[in-house]
Design a protein around this ligand. Structure first.
Ligand SMILES: NC(=O)c1ccc[n+]([C@@H]2O[C@H](COP(=O)([O-])OP(=O)(O)OC[C@H]3O[C@@H](n4cnc5c(N)ncnc54)[C@H](O)[C@@H]3O)[C@@H](O)[C@H]2O)c1
Ligand SMILES: [Zn+2]
Length: 378
């Protein structure tokens, strides 16, 4: 079976490609080697280079918005795993045109080709994101389950009152697992692009009877996560701070929480969709179902790497950040029998082992300045 993996040189794409190659799939990668991810001289990363060298994959450098390039590719393959995207939540708030262009025009072109050109694509998998939910689900002792309308006002945040309140009775709330029925309340351009991308793929999949999956990945971490891109995941950002002798910088009070899933488990979820016999269209959470606070991550990393350091809690907040969101992973377990396997501590060890051999340049100060200059950090 031939599979096109867009963004296949990136973090999730490369682990997905490795797994597909291990399982005997014939993989073509299309990736433009975005300099923000791959560095300014944008070389093919070593993990992709190794597969090219061993003649295990075909690699094409190019843009998912390039019709001339995409047309023959889509014609050749049986399945598309579409991961190429611009991926920074904060950055999307000051580069909205770029984010919408890459994330939505790229997807629209793929769908245009599926609608108009000859092809035999039997499976579409697209990377959606937990960020589309906005705040996760909460429980109010008086009002019950709250699936919409939870947000924190500017005044509340300025008063350093971080936990969201019940939108009906202002009571305090308890975070509970977020399932796919949660109302979508995207709070960044990036999240909006992912929400619309998901809808486009599932709707066109239904229209043209192509089995389709939009996977709402939670916070992904692991080896090959860009350490130099200050807009990627918090575990990698903290690691590059610590490896450069700097204190991890924590927004709010650090008790905000997320659901961290190892990249290899994400690759396994992609494979499970690829191999599924389900013929419909599905939006599914891919997370572990546990919440971990930002303070906990910083503590674990400091303990493992440099116990002299302490984290720097700045009590500032970023526009668009949510307080808590963690997955209810039961839908994908029911539909595909899929469950993540890696626990968080061993997953972090895996990331640390890889990082020690890497050159992580710490650009957190620069990204902070870019956001602050636009009033996006307060
Ligand atoms: N990492 C996470 O925590 C996370 C969470 C939810 C969803 N996702 C989604 O997963 C997908 C992969 O993310 P990742 O973390 O591997 O990011 P990444 O930046 O490591 O990988 C993205 C890849 O796409 C390539 N790319 C960017 N623009 C392109 C274009 N116009 N044409 C061709 N290639 C292009 C980049 O060069 C890069 O190799 C994205 O769609 C992202 O939105 C990631
Ligand atoms: Zn209430």
């Amino acid at each position: 079976m031939k599979v096109l993996v867009t963004g296949g040189a990136g973090f999730i794409g490369s682990h997905t490609t490795d797994l597909l190659v291990e399982r005997g799939y014939d993989v073509t990668i299309l990736d433009n080697l975005d300099p923000q991810v791959h560095g300014s001289n944008a070389k093919v990363p070593p993990w992709t280079q190794a597969l090219i060298h061993q003649k295990k994959i075909r690699f094409l450098r190019g843009d998912v918005r390039d019709r001339g390039l995409m047309t023959p590719l889509v014609d050749e393959v049986d399945a598309v795993i579409h991961l190429a995207a611009a991926v920074g939540v904060g950055q999307s708030m000051y580069q909205p045109h770029y984010y919408i262009d890459v994330n939505l025009s790229g997807t629209a072109l793929l769908l245009d080709l599926l609608a108009n050109e000859k092809h035999h694509v039997q499976k579409l998998i697209v990377a959606s994101s937990m960020s589309i939910y906005g705040e996760g689900s909460y429980q109010c002792a008086r009002c019950g389950k709250i699936q919409a309308g939870v947000s924190r006002s500017l005044d509340q945040l300025k008063g350093r009152d971080w936990e969201p309140k019940c939108p009906r009775c202002s009571n305090s709330l308890e975070a509970i697992p977020t399932d796919e029925s949660k109302v979508i309340e995207s709070s960044s351009i990036y999240a909006i692009s992912k929400r619309v991308q998901e809808e486009m793929v599932l709707m066109m999949g239904k229209t043209y009877s192509i089995p389709s999956f939009a996977l709402r990945y939670f916070n992904v971490y692991g080896p090959r996560q860009s350490l130099s891109n200050p807009y990627t995941g918090v575990a990698a950002i903290f690691l590059s701070r610590i490896l450069n002798g700097n204190r991890p910088m924590i927004f709010e009070d650090g008790n905000q929480s997320r659901d961290f899933i190892h990249v290899r488990d994400i690759a396994r979820a992609n494979l499970a969709c690829l191999e599924s016999k389900q013929s419909g269209q599905y939006a599914l959470n891919v997370g572990c179902g546990h919440r971990i606070s930002v303070n906990q991550i910083a503590e674990i990393l400091i303990r493992k790497l440099d116990p002299k350091l302490s984290s720097e809690v700045v009590f500032k907040f970023r526009e668009g950040d949510i307080r808590h969101c963690y997955s209810d992973p039961s839908a994908i377990a029911r539909l595909l029998g899929y469950k993540p396997e890696m626990n968080f501590e061993s997953g972090l060890d895996d990331l640390i082992d890889w990082c020690r051999a890497e050159q992580a340049s710490d650009k957190v100060g620069q990204s902070y300045d870019e956001l602050a200059a636009r009033g996006l950090v307060r």
